[in-house]
Design a protein around this ligand. Structure first.
Ligand code: AMP
Ligand code: GLY
Length: 425
């Protein structure tokens, strides 16, 4: 089988790595890929959101399965375009991807189908939003409706912060079209977890649990990022809790969409707060999380390509999905300044030494080859991933590898897995 993976980050490197292990997969392409992916797949110089070119490439190369990694092409209808040409694609159609692409749509669906989430209201007029904030007080959460690369959510601890966020979105237009509508949401306290599931629009199969670390710095300080590390399993996500999330959140979401005439096929990701009243949805994603994917896929037994084909053909209920007992940890090494502005083109050393360490795999995120050297090319540069019999051993191996890798300005969190290790999660 000939496979095309769309995207070029750490998640896509993990997808390519796992798909390569499938006996059915004979050839893998990745558009656009990165320096690490290039060691496993043929990288194609097409942007992840250039849907017309991707369809043309898939037709010309007789691609039998295309896997869409990031949210932007899904929201823009990559699955619709492939399906219209009779091409197999893993990832939801645009109508289903609205769960991630529009917070307003997601909130409406949750309200309609009784899916537990924070109380919220939608606004387009700043005055009305400000008046609501004055009534509700802080802390309060301000969310841009549309896709904002993980930066469209402001958890305001004070009224002044909340008011400033509203003005940035609705008055100054800093978030463009994504911030023309906003959601003001009740602040939820608790521990945050991600539950990812495969679904073919009927069956929902949760994956092994994982926990992400969104804040840029140790002790969950600093601005939110796309994710600075992840580990799996997350002790807080017990098998019982995973089943509860499936019953009360994931299945009602997929069923609700179906009643709206929308079939969700792909990965449904629920970002949850474990509150005193049970798990509540903070957000949906319509794809693998990055870096959760890097922590989860090394634990998947069996053949990812088979699972993806089962999702595509609506036969997920018959597929076998099982997990290795091993623990995994992924530590993201980022460019200095990320998630703000950062320089690129910094030479990375120590990669070969780190990659040779046992039970370690380097998933590249923002890397490129320049003059024969691997250089930084993005905010998140590498997802240094390791596995072991315990979380502590996985973390030790991952950090040993991290310490051998160097590039100017590199920063990483030194406390990935801290909650899991403390046994509080
Ligand atoms: P989202 O993109 O909606 O997941 O929001 C990004 C981050 O903001 C989440 O991962 C949470 O850490 C935080 N967050 C979002 N909504 C809430 C909420 N209602 N209460 C507390 N924190 C929240
Ligand atoms: N790690 C969070 C995300 O992929 O959205």
């Amino acid at each position: 089988m000939r496979v095309l993976v769309v995207g070029g980050g750490g998640r896509e490197h993990a997808l390519v790595w796992k798909l390569r292990k499938s006996p059915r997969v004979k050839r893998i392409y990745c558009a656009p890929g990165n320096a690490g992916i290039a060691e496993l797949a043929e990288c194609v110089d097409i942007a992840a959101d250039d849907i017309t070119k991707l369809v043309k490439f898939a037709e010309e190369q007789e691609i039998e399965l295309t896997v869409a990694g990031p949210e932007a092409p899904l929201a823009a209808g990559i699955a619709d375009a492939f399906k219209a040409e009779g091409l197999k694609v893993f990832g939801p159609v645009a109508a289903a991807a609205r769960l991630e692409a529009s917070k307003v749509f997601a909130k409406q669906l949750m309200q309609k189908y009784g899916i537990p989430t924070a109380e919220s209201r939608t606004f387009t007029v700043a005055e009305d939003a400000l008046e609501y904030i004055r009534r509700k007080g802080a802390p309060i959460v301000v969310k841009a409706d549309g896709l904002a690369a993980g930066k469209g959510v402001i958890v305001a601890q004070t009224m002044a912060e909340a008011e400033a966020a509203v003005k940035r979105m609705l008055v100054a237009g800093e978030f463009g079209a994504a911030g023309k509508r906003i959601v003001l949401e009740e602040y939820l306290a608790g521990e945050e977890v991600s539950v990812l599931a495969f679904t073919d629009g009927k069956a929902v199969v949760p994956m092994a649990g994982a926990q992400d670390h969104k804040a840029a710095y140790d002790h969950d300080r600093g601005p939110n990022t796309g994710g600075m590390g992840a580990y799996s399993p997350a002790p807080v996500l017990t098998p019982e809790l995973l089943q509860q999330v499936r019953r009360e959140i994931l299945e009602p979401t997929v069923d609700g969409l179906r009643r709206e005439g929308i079939t969700f096929q792909g990965v449904l990701y629920a970002g949850l707060m474990l509150t005193a009243d049970g798990p509540k949805v903070l957000e949906y994603n319509v794809r693998f999380g990055d870096p959760e994917c890097q922590a989860i896929l090394p634990r998947l037994k069996g053949d990812l390509a088979e699972i993806m084909l089962a999702v595509n053909s609506g036969s997920l209920a018959e597929a076998t999905i099982a997990w290795h007992d091993r623990h995994t940890a992924c530590v993201v090494m980022a460019s200095g300044g990320y998630p703000g502005t950062y320089a690129t083109g910094k030479v990375i050393t120590g990669l070969a030494e780190a990659a040779a360490m046992p039970d370690v795999y380097l998933f590249h995120a923002g890397t490129a080859v320049r003059d024969g050297k691997i250089v930084t090319a993005g905010g998140r540069v590498l997802g240094v991933t390791a596995w072991g019999d315990t979380l502590a051993s996985a973390l030790e191996k991952a950090y040993r590898a991290v310490r051998t890798i160097r590039f100017e300005g590199a920063h990483y969190r030194s406390d990935i897995g801290h909650r899991g290790r403390a046994g509080t999660s």
